[in-house]
Ligand binder design. Structure first.
Ligand code: AMP
Ligand code: MG
Length: 338
């Protein structure tokens, strides 16, 4: 069975093609980006409309397949930005009807987790899902992927992007913040001095985190005439603080669920420093921390295709007339029947 998966929850329009043995045929994507300013939903949707044909064609070309070879269409049905989700769902319904292919709608967050299990050695991990809009600590218990901890306000990526935008950097801001943090670290290492860390609000409540106070505090520090903090020092300290919060709640979830694997996913999980901090924590407790290739950490169609395969093999299908979008559906609302 060969499945074509369509990702369009937010900034990325992606098409992935995979078969039921987990063999990858293609994973093509296009990212909406800006030099300045953030995501405006209607503009992102226009971008997806403009690009979807090219991405489908280049994925099929890479795979050396035609739509006649596709046995299943899978699309990101939840959660995400309504304007963007609607484009992917419309493309999915059209392909399903035109080519008479079964259709399945899947949850984007769970897709990140399942592709992570496919591509790593993790069997039953605690999943730190650190992306733009979502930040959750998830683990499988009693038929569902339960959310043990999460952000009480912004996703960690949106928080990074928000601060980046504030200091005049474009979208996506996470990698730019990382570059600044490296400059700061290298400057102190060259001088053979301990790296300067600015004290910032650290907010962990049980297994939840919050970035609102940290965000406000960073902006105040950036604007402060009295203290002249450099962008580089703020970026470095921001990463150390925000990522330490994520590592702490992940460790607490691992202890609570008695699990010895951590799996990282989502766009922010591309961050080398976050991966390193998770590995240190895991090693200290005799556990393993798995991270994934960038190709599947960032939003992508391959993970949508793979979750479609898993669900369809277990009997799942979405009728075209039910193939709507569910922008607010949570990870723990989905029954894991596959
Ligand atoms: P996602 O929503 O999972 O596609 O992830 C997008 C988010 O990941 C955006 O907020 C990016 O700024 C962030 N991101 C991407 N690469 C990195 C990186 N190397 N470090 C930190 N954040 C990143
Ligand atoms: Mg994502």
């Amino acid at each position: 069975m060969i499945c074509l998966g369509i990702e369009s929850t937010a900034h990325t329009f992606g098409i992935g093609i995979i078969d039921d043995s987990g063999k990858k045929y293609a994973n093509e994507r296009v990212l909406f980006s800006t030099k300045e300013g953030g995501l405006i939903p209607s503009k992102v949707a226009d971008h997806h409309v403009e690009k979807f044909r090219d991405i489908i064609n280049s994925a099929l070309e890479k795979a050396n397949l035609t739509l006649a070879d596709i046995n299943l269409i899978s699309y990101s049905q939840s959660p995400g930005i309504g304007n963007c989700l609607r484009i992917g769902a419309a493309v999915a319904r059209s392909l399903a009807l035109l080519y008479n292919i079964p259709l399945i709608g899947v949850n984007h967050c769970i897709a990140h987790l399942e592709i992570g299990k496919l591509m790593s050695k993790a069997k039953d991990p605690v999943f730190l899902y650190a992306s733009g809009a979502n930040t959750q600590v998830i683990a499988y218990e009693g038929g569902k992927y339960r959310v043990f901890g999460e952000t009480l306000d912004n996703g960690v990526g949106n928080f990074l992007d928000g601060f980046a935008r504030y200091i005049g950097l474009g979208f996506p801001g996470g990698p730019k913040i990382y570059e600044l943090s490296l400059k700061h670290k290298e400057k102190f290492e060259k001088l053979n001095k301990p790296v300067e860390l600015i004290e910032l609000p650290y907010v962990v409540k049980g297994m939840d985190v919050s970035f609102g106070g940290l965000s406000t505090n960073l902006k105040q520090k950036f604007d402060s005439k009295k203290d002249s903090f450099s962008k580089e020092a703020l970026a470095f300290s921001l990463q150390e603080t925000a990522f330490a919060m994520l590592v702490e709640v992940s460790e607490r979830a691992m202890a609570h669920c008695n699990k010895s694997e951590l799996l990282l996913g989502g766009g922010v999980a591309c961050n080398i420093r976050l991966k390193e901090m998770c590995k240190i924590m895991a090693k200290e407790r005799g556990a393993e921390s798995y991270d994934l290739p960038i190709e599947v950490n960032i939003d992508n169609g391959l993970m949508i295709a793979w979750l479609g395969v898993l669900m369809h093999k277990a009997g799942g299908e979405t009728k075209v007339e039910d193939a709507d979008i569910k922008p607010y559906l949570r990870t723990d609302d989905v029954d894991v029947y596959w």
